[in-house]
Design a protein around this ligand. Structure first.
Ligand code: NAD
Length: 498
């Protein structure tokens, strides 16, 4: 059995806890490796290394740090195929989608390549007589990222790309379900010229997460995962005096107006609801057709579209999506489908009996479609995170607008329409953080920022872009006076600008 170990101070650190997590091959259902789960002591050892490394790295000029990012990007691109295969083999998403996962992360690295420009401070010459004021952004020190299973390349790069470029040193605690790609990324960062100790990977579960939250030398924590854990990380981390941003779950709605281009909607919905087996926080698991005619047409066309979908092993180039990440997750999705049926929604297509020949033990589940889903239902309220599309019918624009606005989650939302005025009004009024207009998965580009509202995010800064830069730095403002001649007498009054 292959063991996946921590990566600390530029080398493998063999775990000593005696505790391991199983890493499955979701295509076959077999355990393919085990990952070491860290102790609080091992986490502390990584922090000490990162503290040491911070001295040199934070004093390295930003252009040199950017050069490491340029080289890292080149190396990741050169290793794209191997990384994508490794990612798919542990996660289960198809290879083309794994490449997308890596590519979206690399786009944040591209942003980080421009860090010398982004880090420039502000300067006011002559704010008073002989007085200049300037501000600078400085790194925080040792910082940490805790990431989910569903984007094992992109989300770590969202975090460490910006955090390291601004001069911090980083502890990454990736998901224990697909831990290999994060380790490869840290190895490539070393190869790219990142000094030992700048990017460390410590595997683990709640024990290492709690150790991160309690460690006095970790100054900031970025978390992405499910909402209950996000809330826990946010409250414990801030209680310990840390800066914390914690992104949580989602239940994104796609509003389909009667004038929408239905051919496009069907294709977009299919990809956004079932791609990556629905295991995306920006998936579209809820569709809201406006008006009976729109709903009836959409229902028939989605049934036909679902019949054309090919579910297959993750290295099948023809497959639209592969298995879900674990047997437990598959069982949870199947349970939600049963609950949906029991609470009165109409199960139009049932994907639960799907079996892939030759891979009967794999964690596959076919696409499912519900109609007649209502706001009071548990399966509407909660995140399923599987290939299940729920149709909630609305009679008017106002009713459709209210659904995502009142939902507990507020990550993403999309509207499909040909009417610019309606789209504009929707974007302005909807109570959700990221909006797509005829765009089903509106993940913002790297130089903008990513973040939801309500129970989809705790904290007040988003991931990457200038918000990321703000999160990973602290600002210092200097007021300098170079008076000519004699200094004035001391003053006991607060200085004001005359
Ligand atoms: P998860 O919450 O189970 O795990 C996320 C991280 O928390 C992992 O590193 C895990 O080891 C750790 N963790 C798990 N249980 C813990 C506990 N009890 N105490 C402390 N730490 C714990 O999430 P997941 O299943 O890996 O990922 C899927 C979830 O992530 C979905 O809810 C999805 O919507 C969400 N997600 C959100 C975004 C976003 O940006 N909003 C992006 C991707 C995924």
């Amino acid at each position: 059995m292959r063991d996946i170990q921590h990566f600390v101070n530029g080398q493998t650190l063999v775990g000593t806890s005696g505790r391991f997590g199983d890493v499955f091959n979701p295509n076959t259902g077999e355990v393919q490796a085990r990952v070491a789960l860290a102790t609080a002591g091992e986490l502390d050892a990584a922090v000490q290394v990162a503290l040491q490394a911070h001295q040199g790295w934070s004093a390295t000029n930003p252009q040199r740090r950017a050069r490491v990012m340029f080289e890292f990007k080149r190396l990741v691109e050169a290793n794209m195929q191997d990384l994508a295969e490794l990612l798919s083999s542990e996660h289960g998403k198809v290879i083309a989608d794994s490449k997308g996962d890596i590519q979206r992360g690399l786009e944040v690295i591209e942003f980080a390549c421009g860090i010398p420009h982004a880090l420039k401070g502000e300067y006011t010459e002559g704010a008073g007589p002989g007085i200049d004021v300037y501000s600078m952004r400085q790194s925080l020190g040792v910082v940490a990222g805790i990431t989910p299973f569903n984007f094992p390349a992109m989300i770590p790069m969202w975090m460490f790309g910006v955090a390291i470029a601004v001069g911090n040193t980083f502890i990454l605690k990736p998901s224990e379900k697909d831990p290999s790609v994060p380790v490869r990324l840290a190895e490539l960062m070393m190869e790219a010229g990142g000094p030992a100790g700048v990017l460390n990977v410590v595997h683990g579960d709640k024990v290492s997460v709690d150790a991160i939250l309690q460690h006095p030398d970790i100054k900031a924590v970025s978390f992405v995962g499910s909402s209950d854990i996000a809330h826990y990380v946010y409250s414990q981390g801030t209680l310990a005096g840390k800066r914390v941003q914690a992104m949580g779950g989602a239940k994104n709605h796609g509003i389909v107006m009667p004038d929408a281009d239905m051919d496009q909607v069907v294709k977009d919905l299919s990809g956004a609801a079932f791609g990556s087996a629905g295991e995306r926080c920006m998936a579209l698991p809820v569709v809201v057709p406006v008006g009976k005619k729109t709903a009836d047409e959409l229902r028939e066309r989605m049934i036909a579209e679902i019949e054309t979908l090919k579910v297959g092993v993750s290295n099948d180039a023809e497959a639209q999506y592969g298995p879900v990440v674990s047997a437990a997750h598959r069982a949870k999705i199947a349970e939600y489908i049963q609950i949906g049926k029991d609470e009165g929604a109409e199960l139009v297509v049932d994907g639960r009996d799907f079996k892939l020949q030759g891979y009967e033990k794999g964690f596959f589940i076919g696409p499912s479609l519900f109609d007649g889903v209502k706001p009071g239902m548990k399966t509407y309220h909660e995140e399923i995170f599987g290939p299940v599309l729920q149709m909630v019918r609305a009679d008017s624009f106002e009713e459709a607008l209210e659904l995502p606005s009142k939902h507990q989650y507020g990550n993403g939302v999309a509207i499909f329409t040909r009417n610019g005025r309606v789209a504009r009004e929707f974007a302005a009024r909807v109570n959700v953080g990221m909006v797509g207009i005829n765009v089903p998965i509106p993940v913002p580009v790297a130089y903008h920022t990513f973040g939801g509202w309500k129970r989809s995010a705790f904290g007040d800064t988003n991931q990457h872009g200038m918000e990321g830069l703000k999160f990973w730095t602290k600002v210092k403002t200097v007021t300098a006076r170079w008076p000519e001649g004699e200094m004035a007498d001391s003053s006991f009054i607060i200085p004001t600008m005359k």
